[in-house]
Design a protein around this ligand. Structure first.
Ligand SMILES: *Cc1c(COP(=O)(O)O)cnc(C)c1O
Length: 236
């Protein structure tokens, strides 16, 4: 085992302990929480090390970068998740990478184009709706107040399967502000669930990154997206 592998294995082991601890303290089964390793900026060799030591699901936020790296992974991954902003001119490239889940649908025109692409191929795609719970201008996502209407519209696109919601918590060191973002998402999640719309499944709550995943798990996250805690600080 070289140094990179050793460091990554140690980080994954520590991260698993933290996930298990917070899950158990919150009365949740740690196995119900899906860990997506966000591999942006990392080389195929580095990603291979993580796949060797327990990572099964990987996430990228740029189509072009994913396209350049995924074919060069030697270790197998079980699922590829797309977590970044999707531009409509990248749809066909992304679909060739067979994403298990697209976390970040927040624009009707892009969703329509994706649906059109899928219907031509007679395929379905699982998606999450990204909500801007921090209301920061710089973040993508639907405004919380508009999310229910947006989901109604998207649910009519028959090749897209809505499976839940995603958010990026506020960038802050104020724990209460971060927690509030996750509570907003959870509330919308429960509200939609209660509507029992047969074509909208509220299964996944994708929230929590390196700096806030413990709060997210306490607030009900069942997908967390972690980069730094697995691979170390990003240089870019
Ligand atoms: C980069 C990224 C992450 C992971 O961030 P870390 O702080 O490195 O854990 C999670 N989600 C999205 C959408 C990202 O772009």
């Amino acid at each position: 085992m070289n140094m990179t592998e050793k460091n990554i294995k140690e980080r994954i082991d520590k991260l698993s302990i933290r996930i298990n601890t917070v899950a158990e303290h919150s009365g949740r089964n740690p196995e119900s929480i899906k860990l997506i390793a966000v591999t942006k900026t990392r080389t195929p060799e580095t990603i291979d090390s993580a796949l060797k030591y327990g990572i099964e699901f990987i996430g990228e936020n740029k189509v072009q970068e994913a396209e350049q790296k995924l074919p060069f992974l030697k270790e197998k991954y079980k699922e590829f998740h797309f977590v970044g902003h999707l531009q409509s001119n990248k749809i066909h490239k992304l679909m060739k990478l067979h994403p298990t889940l697209i976390h970040s649908i927040d624009k009707f025109s892009t969703a329509e184009k994706l649906n059109e692409y899928l219907s031509k191929k007679d395929k379905k795609q699982d998606i999450l709706i990204q909500v801007n719970t921090s209301e920061e201008q710089s973040k993508f996502g639907i405004h919380p107040d508009e999310t229910l209407d947006f989901i109604k519209k998207i649910s009519l696109l028959s090749n897209l399967k809505i499976r839940g919601l995603m958010t990026i918590g506020i960038f802050s060191d104020n724990e209460n502000k971060i927690r509030k973002c996750f509570q907003i998402l959870r509330k919308i999640f429960e509200k939609i669930k209660a509507e029992k719309n047969p074509i909208v499944e509220m299964k996944y709550l994708s929230m929590g990154m390196t700096n806030d995943f413990e709060i997210a798990i306490q607030e009900g996250a069942n997908i967390i997206r972690i980069g730094t805690a697995i691979f170390g600080i990003r240089n870019l």
